[in-house]
Design a protein around this ligand. Structure first.
Ligand SMILES: C[S@@+](CC[C@H](N)C(=O)[O-])C[C@H]1O[C@@H](n2cnc3c(N)ncnc32)[C@H](O)[C@@H]1O
Length: 257
């Protein structure tokens, strides 16, 4: 991730690293649980057939949503993520449309019953902007779902805090270690992940960086209520270390009016 300004930033990844980063995500995040929450909500509404994910990564969420019977469309700005998604969907016999697209520049050329943005660490300001712009690709009466990170109450007034951890994972037969460095300052966390992968041609090291804006318990995205109505909020329980330390995840759903 490279910083643009204090309030907005762009995510980029080193070449040929996404397979490792994605494998750690799948190990750590409860994609299935989040998709089940979405499915429970959508099936109660009864009018959702098409689902679009903006920032679809390796397509893990859409593979679960496809299993629930939705027609799925995934968009990501990273070429390697799209290639991995296509090959995973094909080898699992799932018919999902994946396309390279930077959602900060343009949006898909059609409308969907639901648009979701899950586990995408863009700034709060950018998520507000994306939510507003998503109106054009959500059908009337359709939904936009986003995830935000909230600060745990006991850390709300802690201005500075550092937490480190180490994880180990075998990725496609390659032993990989990841050192995680989290620094909370105010209502933001900076993350540095240092990866060591024991590749056959020699050990490889690379770094992944993210920045997370944190909200407080009752804070909402600032969206004009004329076009979107806030209809659902839940805390995501997920796996024990799913979200960055000092935080928890919130799933919000808006309905286009
Ligand atoms: C942390 S990953 C999450 C991927 C996926 N949603 C999941 O839950 O596994 C964030 C993804 O958002 C993508 N992304 C970030 N900014 C984007 C943009 N402007 N346009 C399209 N994709 C973007 C990144 O390339 C990355 O694959």
């Amino acid at each position: 991730m490279s910083a643009k300004t204090e309030r907005t930033w762009k995510i980029t990844y080193p070449d040929d690293c996404v397979k490792y980063i994605e494998a750690f995500r799948r190990d750590c995040w409860d994609h299935q649980g989040v998709c089940q929450l979405l499915h429970e909500f959508f099936s109660q509404q009864g009018n959702v057939d098409t689902v679009c994910e903006l920032g679809s990564g390796a397509g893990t969420n859409l593979m679960h949503l496809c299993d629930y019977g939705y027609e799925c469309f995934g968009y990501d700005s990273n070429q390697e993520s799209i290639a991995i998604s296509k090959s995973r969907a094909e080898s699992n016999g799932k018919n999902i449309h994946f396309e390279l697209l930077d959602f900060s520049k343009r949006l898909p050329n059609r409308q969907f019953d639901a648009v979701v943005s899950l586990f995408v660490p863009i700034s709060l300001e950018d998520m507000e902007e994306l939510t507003k712009r998503s109106l054009q690709i959500v059908k009337p009466g359709g939904y936009f779902a986003s995830m935000l990170l909230a600060v745990l109450p006991e850390f709300e007034n802690v201005p500075e805090q550092k937490v480190n951890s180490t994880e180990f994972l075998e990725v496609d037969g390659i032993q990989t270690i990841r050192f995680n460095y989290y620094r909370k300052h105010g209502h933001q966390i900076e993350y540095n992940g240092i990866y060591f992968a024991g590749e056959p041609q020699g050990p490889r090291m690379f770094q992944d960086r993210d920045r997370y804006d944190l909200i407080t318990k009752d804070q909402m995205l600032k969206i004009p209520e004329t076009n979107y109505r806030h209809v659902y909020r839940t805390r995501i329980e997920g796996k024990p270390d799913q979200c960055p330390p000092m935080t928890y995840e919130i799933l919000d759903i808006f309905q286009k009016t």
